[in-house]
Design a protein. Structure first.
Length: 203
């Protein structure tokens, strides 16, 4: 009887420590809702479709700029709704750190877009967007919930790869590559994250 007591206490202590560790990890992680990725992906696919039309092809940059603002707005709204629905603060703790990780690379993308446009090097903008967005996502990966860390990291790496390809590709491929990244990748990984939610795994 006495020999079994320490084992039971050790098992209980181990379970308690695991629970505490999981709680700390969850409190320091940022959950990205799959709906945000799905919505942003649909905007990206719509932009790719519009820019593919012969009558609108010359306005590809304007179309994608409008799409980026719309997608970012939708993403912010859906993330905010997800956090408030879970009773979490909008811009404190992991949410604030997540934004600060994304910010530098995204700000660099804005600056380089203006620079490249005024230098008549607009053909380099798609690669710059894809590369810097992927870098931003990779920077923020470690702040995401552990269950989705691999998904987010894979998506960021694929964005970087598309950016490298875009630099070497002919101008006629820019719309396809932008659509593949900001449209298809967002949509696919948004659906994968939503599937985690549907299976009861907190994302």
């Amino acid at each position: 009887m006495r020999s079994n007591t320490p084992v039971a206490m050790d098992s209980h202590a181990l379970g308690t420590l695991n629970y505490i560790r999981a709680s700390i990890e969850a409190a320091g992680a940022f959950a990205v809702p799959g709906t945000a990725g799905i919505a942003m992906g649909m905007v990206g696919l719509a932009a790719a479709g519009l820019a593919y039309l012969p009558a609108l092809g010359a306005y590809w940059l304007l179309i994608w700029l409008i799409a980026s603002v719309l997608a970012a707005g939708l993403g912010i709204v859906l993330v905010a709704r997800h956090r408030t629905g879970a009773g979490l603060p909008l811009y404190r703790g992991p949410a604030r750190r997540f934004v600060l990780c994304l910010g530098p690379a995204l700000l660099a993308g804005v600056v380089l877009t203006v620079v490249l446009y005024h230098a008549d090097q607009a053909q380099l903008i798609p690669g710059t967007w894809l590369l810097l967005y992927g870098s931003a996502v990779l920077s923020a990966t470690l702040l995401t919930a552990p269950v989705m860390m691999r998904l987010i990291g894979t998506m960021g790496a694929l964005f970087v790869l598309l950016g490298v390809i875009a630099y070497a590709a002919a101008p006629g491929w820019r719309n396809l590559l932008l659509g593949s990244g900001f449209g298809l990748l967002h949509l696919v990984f948004g659906l994968l994250i939503r599937r985690l939610d549907a299976t009861g795994v907190e994302a």
